[in-house]
Design a protein around this ligand. Structure first.
Ligand code: MSP
Length: 510
């Protein structure tokens, strides 16, 4: 059985920003973790290409929506490749395959008698692609998220009978594991308790969308269309691609990772649509927080947007991943601060982990003929206990998607190993020949703990992990035997150690 994990399907109105990189890095580390633990993972990402927002963006750029989408979709896909994101499927909602699934799904919902024609009147935010129930009282009615004027719409649209699923959704969200974190779940419980209203799933006067088969002057509402991308992605690329094949091939998704702004769509509308079509709701939805920059919302008008491309070329993928995964607890808002970024990378990666590796491999090479020491009978000592304890905690945290805590567990181990080394002072002991066996044991223990650190860091910082392990003489570690690789004592004795090179360069303040 696949473990299906998804990022949101990103709007192609603009190129990727740090928010989309953040979500995708979280998913990537979880996907890598699950694979390393032996699960078969289907990691889905992609782009959401229809709707008024995209149509208008293309118009403003003087190109057709199709040309615009082709260009920006490519940018997204290439961007994920540059960031070393291990996605398995990249779905475009303008693909023929996706359109087929939307049509098949619509027929199922119609067969449940959940579609009807009605009047849609209200204030609409094009940025959110959503009607706002409670627009503010200012004369212009602004969207609280986009701070842009809402637009009044009055259309005859097709509606989905969401109200019919009030009880089903109430039951679903009672399960504390369905929506995390708790605060997000509470927001949804509160919203649902006010009573669910039917919502419109088609638009007239909007060409850029999938046509509703039995109402050709209507296109599907972009959210109705986009959410289905998670399903159509599953069997995309297969010659028998269809809704049923996607269901047979593993639906429901195990985990949707999304930002808190799009929780309602995922935790309410989406499960209800699926139940209506006779399908299972996703198993879990995790709503992460928002990234700010030096305490302020990131925005073009504020001139403080961090371009992920620049970050990537300046600092490399590992530094940005570590900062976002370790410094922000999944679910809380997080702030990107330049000084803090530099401090964290220098302290955690360059000093605590990098130096540990560097100085220990250097000592081992110097004293033991460029090799790991031979220690004969391996004894039980404090470092083994520390390592095993960190492994145990790390696995618990990762299984709960407490990724920041898993990162800290690695760091804790590295800090403790550094303390052990400083306490034992092998550089003093080596001066007396009679201490040689003790020195061998100390160095072996520290190298082995560093191997464990390099192994644990793999889902978080895959490139850095490979660098650490190859400095310890370990190359081509088979991903599948990762669980096995977390056992103490696997570092071979008397194995060659390559010449140490820094695994990460220290950063300077600008
Ligand atoms: N197209 C919809 C999703 C459809 S899923 C079937 C959409 N796209 S989006 O591109 O606007 O947003 C994608 C994700 O980026 C959302 O989860 C959103 O929360 C996230 N972020 C946008 N800005 C963000 C920050 N500043 N910080 C963190 N994440 C943010 O919504």
């Amino acid at each position: 059985m696949n473990f299906i994990i998804t990022t949101p399907l990103y709007y192609v109105n603009d190129k990727p920003h740090l928010g989309s990189v953040y979500t995708t890095i979280i998913c990537d580390s979880i996907a890598r973790y699950k694979r390393l633990r032996g699960e078969k993972v289907l990691f889905i990402t992609g782009v959401d290409e229809h709707g008024l927002k995209i149509q208008r963006t293309a118009l403003n750029n003087g190109v057709s929506p199709k040309e615009h989408c082709d260009e920006v979709s490519d940018i997204f896909k290439n961007n994920w490749l540059e960031w070393n994101i291990s996605f398995n499927k990249f779905i475009r909602t303008t693909s023929q395959e996706h359109e087929k699934v939307v049509h098949e799904f619509y027929e199922k919902v119609k067969a449940s008698n959940d579609i009807y024609m009605g009047e849609q009147k209200g204030w609409y935010c094009v940025g959110c692609e959503e009607f706002k129930d409670n627009p503010d009282n200012s004369p212009t009615h602004k969207c609280p998220i986009h701070k842009k004027n809402l637009e009044w719409k009055n259309e005859t649209n097709l509606f989905f009978r969401l109200s019919k699923y009030q009880e089903a959704i109430e039951k679903l969200i009672q399960d504390p594991k369905f929506i995390e974190p708790k605060e997000r779940r509470n927001e949804i419980i509160k919203f649902v308790s006010k009573g669910l209203k039917d919502f419109s799933i088609s638009r007239t006067n909007l060409d850029w969308g999938i046509k509703v088969p039995d109402h050709l002057n209507h296109t599907f509402y972009v959210w109705f269309d986009a959410l289905l991308g998670y399903v159509s992605a599953i069997s995309s690329g297969d010659e028998n691609h269809s809704l049923d094949l996607s269901i047979k091939s593993g639906w429901p998704a195990n985990l949707h990772i999304i930002g808190k702004d799009i929780l309602r769509f995922h935790a309410i509308y989406w499960p209800a649509m699926l139940i209506s079509a006779g399908m299972k709701p996703p198993q879990k939805i995790v709503g992460h927080g928002f990234l700010t920059r030096e305490g302020q919302k990131m925005g073009k008008s504020l001139g403080n947007v961090l371009d992920p491309k620049i970050l990537l070329s300046k600092y490399g993928e590992e530094s940005v991943r570590w900062y976002l995964l370790k410094d922000i607890s999944l679910g809380s808002d997080g702030d990107f601060q330049d000084r803090r970024f530099v401090d964290i990378i220098n302290n955690d990666l360059a000093n605590t982990i990098g130096n540990l590796l560097n100085r220990t491999t250097s000592m081992s090479r110097k004293w033991f003929n460029n090799q790991t020491p031979s220690i004969g009978k391996k004894n039980n000592n404090e470092i083994i206990k520390l390592a095993n304890n960190s492994i145990k905690n790390y696995l618990i945290y990762f299984d709960n998607y407490e990724i920041d805590k898993a990162c800290n567990e690695i760091l804790k181990l590295a800090t403790n190993v550094n303390l052990y080394l400083n306490k034992k002072e092998p550089w003093s002991l080596i001066k007396d020949d009679t201490n040689i066996n003790e020195v061998k044991l100390i160095i072996y223990n520290v190298l082995e703990a560093t191997r464990i650190i390099g192994t644990l860091i793999k889902p978080l910082l895959p490139t850095l992990s490979n660098k650490i392990l190859s400095q310890l003489g370990e190359n081509d570690i088979d991903n599948k035997c990762w669980n096995e690789r977390l056992r103490w004592g696997l570092l071979p004795e008397l194995s060659n150690l390559p010449k140490p090179v820094p695994i990460i360069n220290k950063l300077d303040y600008e």
